[in-house]
Design a protein around this ligand. Structure first.
Ligand code: GLA
Length: 392
């Protein structure tokens, strides 16, 4: 059953009446600009046609009740218990409930009225696959609470509050990309975001290409610590480089020329991490012009270079992601292939000539299964609109 129908049905079973509304928020795939959002760089994600759906009504009691269909678990919390990350009975909130609870906390912290809710939610976004299932949960609940609270925030503002929830409540020091893409997605478009100014625009996906997502079926491990460590290395690099470059605020401000001149002063590991970021920001600057000119072949080469850099310098790839990218890069019609999202497991994103996409997906699945013994999931995705209330 589609998750939208599932949440409606389960809501009726659980609460005895139909939900008043259904909110949805898409996941995202990122084409270029990986691990640069928290370095004030440029990212090029698209919202995709996989999403989280929340069936909801205002709560008749002084607490919020959430049923997570995908976990077959329920959590109940109050405005007070949320502050200590506990449920209404004082037990720690389960991990999955921290995302919606964190959003409630962040919205209230911003001074918005956030009524208690009763909700049932489900998703067809694979978890831990690098497609931002958590941001889609956050943005779906942000839209639900907006509808219940009777206020309206610009999508970017909702994204920032979702990021705050994840940074300060859940404890992952993520950048703005995922929540932004989920909140601001535009059908059939890539989003180009300057993560410093937060200015963005949508670029049409060139009609001759398809975006193919290939899930290695290996889930992420140790993401939070690995992710936060990478972020720390970037901050260490800025601190060290600012002795020679006093005006820099982030790695975005370091040119490739300056980096190559000064990188010898950095500890070896910090140098590798920072090299990925400085070069990736350079690639994403080039990529905009290439896309505007429709040069998808050169764009694809930048994606391949990005994968190599994530593997060798940022060290967030895995043998399965490397196999998936390498096999794809050798197939007819493949313009570029690389891991997408934080890494440590999950999916690759592939830019493929549209006419070749069907055969590409079949050949990639077969080649990957032969190489690894694992069964991947491969699908051609459509860029989708951002988080919203669904109209029936
Ligand atoms: C995760 C984070 C994003 C971004 C990517 C890597 O998805 O949530 O903010 O840093 O990793 O590009």
């Amino acid at each position: 059953m589609h998750p939208k129908d599932l949440v409606r049905q389960q809501f009726i079973t659980r609460f005895g009446v139909p939900p008043e509304q259904i909110a949805m928020a898409p996941a995202r795939v990122n084409l270029l600009g990986e691990h640069v959002d928290y370095n004030d760089g440029f990212v090029m994600p698209a919202a995709i046609d996989r999403a989280t759906y929340v069936a909801f009504s205002p709560s008749s009691s002084q607490q919020s009740t959430l049923l997570a269909v995908d976990f077959n678990e329920e959590a109940t919390f109050t405005a007070q218990s949320v502050l200590s990350k506990t449920d209404a009975a004082n037990a720690p909130l389960p991990e999955w409930a921290r995302y919606p609870a964190g959003v409630q906390w962040a919205l209230r912290d911003a001074g918005l009225p956030v009524p208690d809710i009763q909700a049932v939610f489900a998703s067809d976004v694979p978890r831990g696959a690098g497609l931002s299932s958590s941001a889609s949960v956050e943005m779906a609940f942000a839209v639900a609470w907006q509808a219940l609270g009777g206020w309206e925030l610009p999508p970017m503002r909702r994204a920032l509050l979702g990021q705050k929830a994840e940074n300060e409540y859940v404890g992952v020091k993520c950048g703005i990309m995922d929540q932004f893409a989920s909140a601001c997605g535009v059908a059939d478009h890539l989003l180009l975001l300057d993560c410093r100014s937060l200015e963005w625009r949508a670029l049409p996906i060139p009609p001759q290409v398809a975006i193919v997502i290939a899930d290695t079926s290996v889930r992420r491990k140790l993401t939070t610590s690995g992710y936060n460590e990478r972020r720390q290395a970037c901050e260490d690099a800025v601190a060290a480089l600012s002795r020679d470059l006093p005006d820099i605020r982030a790695l975005r401000d370091v040119s490739l020329v300056d980096f190559n001149r000064l990188c010898g002063r950095l500890p070896a590991l910090v140098e590798k991490r920072a090299r990925h970021v400085v070069e990736e920001i350079d690639r994403s600057r080039q990529a905009v012009g290439l896309l505007e000119r429709g040069d998808v072949a050169a764009f694809g080469r930048l994606m391949n270079a990005c994968h190599a850099s994530l593997r060798d310098f940022y060290e967030v790839s895995t043998p399965e992601l490397d196999a998936m990218a390498a096999i794809a890069q050798g197939l007819p019609g493949c313009l570029g292939a690389r891991l997408t999202g934080a890494g440590f497991g999950g999916c690759t994103v592939n830019l493929v000539e549209k006419t070749a996409a069907g055969a590409f997906a079949a050949n990639l699945a077969e080649g990957y299964a032969r190489a690894t013994g694992l069964t991947p999931e491969i699908y051609i995705c459509r860029a989708a609109d951002g988080a919203r209330i669904l109209m029936d």
